[in-house]
Design a protein around this ligand. Sequence first.
Ligand code: NAD
Length: 335
Amino acid sequence: MFFYLIIFLHICKGHYIMKIMPGRILIIGCGGQIGTPLTNKLTELYGSRQILLSDIKPVDTPLDFVQLDVTDKNTLFETVKKYDVKEVYLLAALLSATAEKKPAEGWKINMEGLFNVLHLAKDKYIEKIFWPSSIAIFGPTTPKKNTPQHTVVEPVTVYGISKYAGELWCQYYHQKYGVDVRSLRYPGLISYDAPPGGGTTDYAVEIFHYAIKKQHYTCFLKPDTRLPMMYMPDAIHATISLMESSYEKIRNRMSYNIHAFDFTPQEIFNEIKKHIPEFTIDYQPDFRQQIADSWPQSIDDTEARNDWGWQPKYSFSVMVEDMIKNLQQKILKNV
Ligand code: NAD
C-alpha cells in the first residue's frame, strides 16, 4: 500500500503527468529556431497525440505534420477543422533581415498569416492563440535603455512595422470579438537546437558555431552594438507560462516586453574566450547594423513580471557556458 502511495505522490509531483487539453495544439512554423524547442516542450507537457505540426517546408518528425502555407486560408481552415485544433502557436514569419530584402513578401506572410489565425478564433474554431512580436517594433525615437512597455513606437523596418501592426490587430480582435490572443516581444534569441532564420541578432548564435569549430568569426555588427537577448529555454518558458496563465491575468492584449540580459558582440566574444581561448574575431558591419542601431539596448519588463510572474532563469555567463556545452555535444553527435 505504502509503495503505491509513494508512486502516486511521485506522479502527482507533476513530472510524469500529461496535461489534458480539449482538442489539439497546432504549431505553425514548427521547423524554425523557436518551433523546434517549443515542439519538444509542448510534447513533453501534453503528449505527442495532442500536438499537430505544420510548416511551409517539409519537416522530419515522428509527430503528425501538415505541410501548409499560412497565407493559404482554405488549407489552414480545413486543417484546423479536420484535426480539431483548439490552440495555435503562430511562428511562421519572415524575420528582420530577410523581410528587409523582400518587403512585400515579409508584409504578406507576417500579416496575412496572423489575420487567418485571428479569423479562426473570431469564428470560434480555435480558443487561444500565441503570436510573437519583437523588440523590432521599437525605432530610433524610442528610449534605448530600459525601454518601457508603453513608449514612443516608430519602427523603421518592414519587420518592425508588420509586428507593431500585428500587435494592434491582436488587441482589436480581443476587444471587438473577445479573441484570447497572447503575445511576447521577444528579444534576440540564442539557441543550440536549430539555426537562426534570418534575423539581425543571428550573430549571437553563429559566433558559438565558429568558436566551437575553432574557426575565425567575422561579425556583421560593430563590436559595441548592445542588444537585448535571451536564452531559448527562457523564451520557451515565458511562452508557455503566458499561455498557461489565467485569462484575467493577461491584461495586455498587444504584447508584453520581456528581458533577460543584454550584451555587445565584443562582450560575448570575451565571454566565449574564457572557455575557448584561441577564438578570434573581426568586424565587418553590413546592412544589419542599421537595423540593430534602431533597436533598444535593454528592456523594462515590469508589466510581465507583475501580471503573470515572468522571471528569467539564465544569466549571460550561465547561458554562454550552457550553449558551449550543448553545442559541443550536438556537433560531436553529428560527426
Ligand atoms: P524561423 O525563421 O527560424 O522559423 C520560421 C518558420 O516558419 C520556418 O520553419 C519557416 O519555414 C516557416 N514559414 C515561413 N513562411 C511560412 C509560411 N508562409 N507558412 C508556413 N510556415 C512558414 O523563425 P523563428 O526564429 O523560429 O521565429 C518565430 C517567430 O518568433 C517569428 O514570428 C519571429 O518574428 C519571432 N521572433 C523571433 C526572434 C528570434 O530571435 N528568433 C526574435 C523576435 C521575434
